[in-house]
Design a protein around this ligand. Structure first.
Ligand SMILES: Nc1ncnc2c1ncn2[C@@H]1O[C@H](COP(=O)(O)OP(=O)(O)OP(=O)(O)O)[C@@H](O)[C@H]1O
Ligand SMILES: [Mg+2]
Length: 243
């Protein structure tokens, strides 16, 4: 059973308190929206959860194992993966090679040909088999996002954090990403979806976390969160603002 326990996470950059004691739990394959204004700390929280940066204090446990002091590749081995708001890929490698690298690096006991087969499965899942021999540097911004989503699947994660997967993506690819989220979640992976696109958040997520300049000000169903006066004041506004 998937169990992520985040307790009292604090992160400062110099005098800037970006996470001021964030606590929440995920139990099972939930699909959770993480929302909050620009600069609220969403990406910083993601960076702490995946091991890219260390918190000043607080703990993160995944499946009973403490992960807040681990490196990202160790966190990935424990079953947590993430995508980046600004995509990252091995630009001089092909799409297929990009998918294979993390699986080879983390050594999950699969043979080279099993990894190869799995990479093809992932490309089919994303309906982009035709891109397999393209260099990553030649992909569009949206295709880069798909590549990152594919890379996550190579590691069979229990929990994935998607940092703005829809931002700047062509509507056709957006549909693929939308389906990816639904299917991967149905297959048993917990997902934290960070997005400023409220339509997508409200239609996909059954639970929302609202981060407001370092404080988690709400954690509940979309209906409850939408009507929470603190959230309305801090973020959502009285009408349906979107960007
Ligand atoms: N490495 C860093 N050094 C100093 N300040 C940082 C660093 N990373 C983030 N910050 C600051 O922390 C705050 C939170 O940034 P963060 O990127 O986590 O917000 P966010 O909620 O992801 O915003 P957005 O919706 O714009 O992506 C911002 O004020 C940002 O400038
Ligand atoms: Mg961000």
């Amino acid at each position: 059973m998937i169990n992520l326990v985040v307790k009292d996470l604090k992160k400062n950059f110099g005098g800037l308190h970006v996470l001021k004691g964030v606590s929440f739990e995920i139990n099972g394959p939930e699909l959770i929206g993480l929302i909050g204004p620009n600069g609220a700390g969403k990406t910083t929280l993601t960076n702490v959860l995946d091991g890219a940066i260390k918190p000043n204090s607080g703990t993160v446990y995944l499946g009973g194992n403490r992960i807040d002091q681990l490196q990202p590749f160790e966190v990935a081995r424990h079953g947590l993966g993430r995508t980046f708001q600004v995509t990252r890929s091995f630009r001089r490698m092909t799409v297929l090679e990009n998918l294979m690298v993390p699986a080879l690096a983390l050594d999950q006991g699969l043979s080279r040909s099993e990894i190869d087969d799995k990479a093809m499965e992932v490309l089919e899942f994303l309906t982009v088999e035709h891109l397999r021999n393209e260099y990553a540097k030649s992909l569009s911004g949206g295709q880069q996002k798909l590549l990152e989503l594919g890379r996550l699947l190579m590691l069979n994660p229990d929990v994935i954090i998607l940092d703005e997967p829809f931002a700047g993506v062509h509507p056709k690819l957006m549909e693929i990403i939308y389906k990816y989220i639904e299917r991967v979640n149905n297959d048993g992976t917990a997902i934290i979806l960070i997005s400023h696109q409220m339509d997508s958040i409200f239609s996909l997520c059954k639970r929302l976390l609202v981060l407001n300049y370092g404080d988690l000000i709400a954690d509940g169903t979309p209906d409850v969160v939408k009507n929470d006066p603190t959230v309305i004041e801090a973020y959502l506004g009285s009408d349906d603002e979107e960007d």
